[in-house]
Every structure is written in C-alpha cells, then in structure tokens.
Unconditional design. Structure first.
Length: 150
C-alpha cells in the first residue's frame, strides 16, 4: 500500500467543508422535517369585486390537500394586506376548520378599496405548514339603478 501525503491537503478539505456547511447553518431557515407530509393550499374568490349592494362582503374558499386528497378537521387562517410592495401580511383573526373534502369558506367585509388575501396552514405533527397564493379583491361603488319606467 502506498501512502502519499501532501502538506495542506487535509486542511484544505476541512476548510472547504466548513465553507460549504456554514451558509446552511447561518441561513436562519429551520431544517425541513423529512417525516412531515407536504401540503398544498389553494384559494379562490367567489367574486373578485364587491360593492354596496353586496354590503362589501366577499367570500373566498380555501382547499387544503396532501397527496392529492383533501385534509379534514385542520385549522386554516385568513390573512390580508393592502395592495402594495411594502405591505406585510397580517392575521384577520378569522380561522376555519376544513371540511371532509379539505375546504374552508371565509365570508368577510372588505374594508379597503383593494386588498389581497391568502390562507395559511400552520402545520402539525403530521403535516407541513403551507400557504395559498394571494388573490386581490376590489371594492367598487354600486352601480346606479335606472329610474323605473324608462
């Protein structure tokens, strides 16, 4: 057996190992738990424009799935933000429990002229956390009704 030793080889390999491993440790993101089942959350609005006739009420329906099947009896929460780059998501204080097919409906009163909404699932011991994409709902003035007899 032939042994070849080069000065600095071990130190170089160790330094490279530290350089490659350091960003993952310092990233601030928790490691993903491989035991948790991946979830997928979608969101649809029943109407994308609300007006005074609707009393500015909007309804959105979320669907939580894992492995293409709806997840029942899980808690999902509605978040909102005003449309704009600097806006951060905030909880509305409204949450719901998913039905047997994984759906949860939220009906709420729109307060701003244009707001974005999304639904979040915090995850649990079995399922990984997830959030839906965002939707924008616009608040409009009610259309004037023409006088009768015209």
């Amino acid at each position: 057996m032939t042994r070849i030793f080069k000065t600095g080889t071990i130190l170089t390999a160790a330094a490279m190992s530290l350089a490659v491993g350091a960003p993952a440790l310092a990233s601030g993101h928790p490691a993903k738990d491989p035991k948790l089942v991946h979830t997928h959350l979608t969101l649809k609005a029943t109407q994308e424009k609300v007006n005074k006739n609707d009393k500015f009420k909007a309804t959105v329906v979320a669907k939580l799935r894992a492995k293409k099947a709806g997840l029942a009896a899980e808690t999902v929460s509605l978040q909102e933000r005003s449309k704009g780059a600097d806006s951060k998501w905030s909880d509305t204080g409204v949450s719901g429990t998913t039905a047997d097919d994984g759906t949860a409906a939220f009906t709420f009163t729109q307060s701003e002229n244009k707001q974005q909404y999304r639904v979040v699932f915090a995850g649990d011991d079995t399922y990984a956390k997830s959030h839906s994409g965002n939707i924008t709902i616009k608040r409009l003035k009610a259309a004037k009704t023409p006088p009768s007899g015209s």
